[in-house]
Design a protein around this ligand. Structure first.
Ligand code: FMN
Length: 211
């Protein structure tokens, strides 16, 4: 394959260092518009991008993350052999903190609620539990994000998805302004200040076969 899509997809890297330069709002709007073309179950379009512009909110997320990290470290220290757990916590923290310095930061999530198949059937009079393995909203989130990230590459911008910070944030204490969303990840955005090497991909035979 040698299409422009292939070029964009292979050029995309997770960027964790950014030039200190504002991202034009017009670029963000184009990326969101591209992301909005993603398919979703019954065209529900559940994905939301919340740009975190308030320094207060960003600071609050940072301090909540640090508090979550510290409390897990204290827990780990009570173990007979704490090193392993502390190493994991430090790794996740290292891959979380850079988001606080990114020129643009988004919380990306899906709307809470909505009528699933089983809820609609229950209402129609047939009691049903949630089906196993149905991840419509998560799939929608991923499809949308991929377009968002490719849209960034097209404009000379870099992104990085982050889920590590969510492990330090308390789900009982939602991020201010995001109470109606189930946040799936954060995404950083800016002009890249690094050119990471391609970390490589598994061979086709490992990810595709006939059964
Ligand atoms: C769902 C998901 C969660 C991720 N979480 C983090 C994260 O918390 N911190 C981070 O630095 N990178 C994170 N990444 C980026 C991956 O580490 C990266 O995509 C992977 O190493 C491949 O590198 P590439 O994106 O440059 O191809 C995440 C990626 C995905 C898709």
């Amino acid at each position: 394959m040698n299409s422009s899509l292939d070029t964009l997809a292979t050029a995309r890297r997770s960027i964790r260092k950014y030039v200190d330069k504002e991202v034009p709002e017009s670029a963000i709007r184009e990326m969101i518009a591209l992301a909005a073309t993603a398919p979703s179950p019954s065209n529900q379009q559940p994905v939301r991008y919340v740009r975190m512009v308030s320094q207060d909110v960003r600071h609050r997320v940072f301090t909540d993350m640090e508090t979550g990290y510290e409390s897990r470290v204290s827990q780990a220290k009570k173990l007979e052999k704490p090193r392993k757990a502390i190493n994991i916590l430090n790794h996740y923290r290292r891959y979380s903190r850079f988001m606080c310095h990114a020129p643009a930061l988004f919380a990306v999530g899906v709307e809470k609620g909505g009528a699933s198949f089983s809820k609609r059937m229950n209402r129609a009079g047939i009691p049903m539990g949630e089906a196993l393995g149905v991840m419509g909203k998560d799939i929608s989130l991923g499809l949308s994000l991929q377009l968002f990230m490719l849209g960034a590459v097209e404009q000379g911008l870099g992104t990085c998805i982050l889920t590590a910070p969510l492990h330090f944030l308390d789900s009982d204490n939602p991020i201010v302004g995001l109470e109606n969303l189930r946040v799936g990840c954060f995404v950083t955005l800016g002009f890249p200040d690094e050119t990471p090497v391609d970390p490589g991909r598994k061979p086709l035979a490992e990810i595709y076969w006939e059964a």
